[in-house]
Design a protein around this ligand. Structure first.
Ligand code: NI
Ligand code: MN
Length: 227
């Protein structure tokens, strides 16, 4: 599976033969100024919650690619009010089978107001499964005990976890989360974009995961890696 990082919490996955894009926030991210959103391919745009730093470029990219937006009911309904109907709503605990695999929308502890102040429902994360590796994209979240359910019943091979602290888990809690979800391959996200989430010691973060027998993968913006 090829994974490309577009900054902040935005990743593209080639999964089940389709292009899956998570949480596009690119045009508002000075660190991602080298990324041209017109060149991003997406069959599906998955939005973990309604915050601007996760949805900013979703409609632009979805329209350009005729992509399906996948998110909670309130967020997909909000896109409906903007005239974009190609959406798949989910809500916590629910899953949907797509042509690339199955997506389950799971809990996150965070908030989810949309950029214009509309109700963005409850924030979530996604579990992708199918012929490819099982992937957990946590979205913005705190550490919470129910992550153990994901470890017990979904056993992700690979997980995207926020590590930037302040608005989400920091490194210490992300390490505990990786235990809860029983996953040793972690891709870090949601750091450095804003001063509040600047990470001064990335090597220390990688070492802290390594000390627990886990790999923390940190991408450069624009970088692709194969898992
Ligand atoms: Ni957020
Ligand atoms: Mn965020």
């Amino acid at each position: 599976m090829e994974i490309t990082f577009y900054g902040h919490a935005c990743f593209a996955l080639k999964y089940g033969g389709k292009n899956i894009l998570f949480d596009p926030f690119i045009s508002g991210n000075p660190l991602a100024s080298g990324i041209n959103i017109d060149e991003i391919k997406a069959d599906y745009v998955l939005l973990s919650h309604g915050h601007q730093d996760h949805v900013l470029d979703a409609l632009t990219i979805a329209k350009k690619n005729d992509a399906t937006i996948v998110s909670n009911f309130e967020i997909t309904s909000w896109y409906g009010t903007k005239g974009y109907e190609k959406c798949q709503p989910l809500n916590q605990g629910g899953k949907w089978k797509f042509d690339f695999g199955t997506v389950k929308y799971v809990n996150a502890i965070h908030s989810s107001t949309l950029p214009d102040g509309s109700n963005g429902g409850n924030p979530g994360g996604f579990i992708l499964s199918g012929d490819e590796k099982t992937v957990y994209f946590a979205g913005d979240t705190a550490l919470f005990m129910d992550m153990q359910l994901i470890g017990r019943y979904n056993r992700p091979d690979l997980a995207f976890l926020p590590i930037g602290d302040c608005f989400t888990m920091g490194v210490e809690d992300a390490i505990i989360a990786s235990d809860f979800i029983e996953c040793n391959e972690i891709i870090g996200m949601h750091f450095d974009t804003f001063p509040y989430i600047a990470m001064s010691d990335k090597d220390g973060a990688v070492d802290a995961f390594k000390a627990k027998g886990k790999n923390l993968h940190l991408f450069e913006i624009g970088e692709s890696k194969t898992f």
